[in-house]
Design a binder for this molecule. Structure first.
Ligand SMILES: [Zn+2]
Length: 296
């Protein structure tokens, strides 16, 4: 039987997706991997979170284990450089990053991003350099603030799910990473479009998000419900698009991990957004498993 190490790998990050969003959303395609797990991330915003993930430290499950290929593990990946531990890992990797490890095993290393830390046109960004092929679909890094509240389609990575599936299938063995901006503020996707209410609420949220303030009036209960609903529908859209990818690649039975890089606070600790430690920011959803090629 093929070892887990030799399988194709798909790692997907749902940017800023809260755990309670994943509990509420209908996600039939993600459910193919098994139930959603509650996990804790090492990073409170995109750059430190992905730095940890690419070093194998994906979010740690809280009181649960990964079921992968019929076996239970404490972790999916563990670095050969990590201190000895009694905890079990599905794959012990030897490179500096997951991508280095799989490149050495013959995988083609493909990445796709949508939030600005993945924009290769920005000279300070180094995350895209970790991939052999990197596709950036997001807006440019230096977009003026007034254009942020907008409907999105082409700038969402998973709009291009079929194209990414083709890139994955073009090599005999692939490692595919996808960062998904649909669940990131402004939470707009083809299933979560702007209207008068969401537009006003998002403008308010951006002001609070930017200010990181404790003293201005926060969002009221209705406004928070509006934002949570938007993110739930954004996740349901991501699930629909992941269905396109999963159906295309299922025969290869890849190892798949889907998680948020961090969550999002909507005033629970009197702050908004992410980039600071609060349980709504550090608690994230995670799905893991081997995608089955069996008919659904
Ligand atoms: Zn992020």
């Amino acid at each position: 039987m093929r070892s887990l190490d030799d399988r194709d790998v798909i790692l997907v990050t749902l940017d800023s997706c809260r755990y309670d969003t994943a509990e509420r959303a209908r996600t039939p395609n993600l459910d193919r991997l098994g139930p959603v797990h509650r996990a804790e991330t090492a990073g409170t915003y995109t750059l430190p979170a992905h730095t940890a993930f690419f070093a194998g430290a994906i979010p740690t499950l809280l009181g649960d284990r990964h079921r992968i290929g019929g076996d239970l593990y404490d972790a999916v990946w563990r670095s050969a450089a990590a201190r000895p531990s009694a905890k079990t890992a599905a794959v012990r990797f030897t490179g500096r990053t997951l991508m280095d490890h799989h490149r050495a095993r013959g995988h083609h290393i493909i990445g796709a991003g949508g939030v600005t830390f993945f924009d290769p046109r920005e000279p300070a960004n180094w995350l895209p350099d970790l991939f052999d092929d990197f596709h950036y679909y997001g807006r440019p890094n230096r977009t003026a603030a007034q254009t942020r509240v907008q409907d999105r389609d082409e700038t969402l990575t998973l709009t291009h799910a079929a194209e990414l599936a083709d890139a994955f299938l073009a090599a005999d063995r692939s490692f595919l990473f996808i960062n998904c901006p649909g669940t990131h503020i402004p939470y707009t996707t083809p299933l979560s479009q702007l209207d008068a209410t969401t537009e006003t609420t998002l403008e308010r949220l951006y002001a609070l998000h930017d200010g990181k303030t404790f003293d201005s009036p926060g969002l009221n209960r209705d406004e928070i419900a509006t934002l949570l609903d938007l993110q739930v529908r954004a996740l349901e859209w991501a699930d629909r698009q992941l269905g396109i990818l999963f159906r295309a690649v299922a025969d290869r039975e890849p190892l798949v991990v889907v998680c948020a890089d961090h969550g999002e606070e909507f005033g629970e600790g009197d702050r908004y957004g992410h980039g600071h430690p609060h349980s709504t920011v550090t608690t994230v959803p995670l799905w893991s498993g081997v995608l089955s090629g069996a008919p659904q």
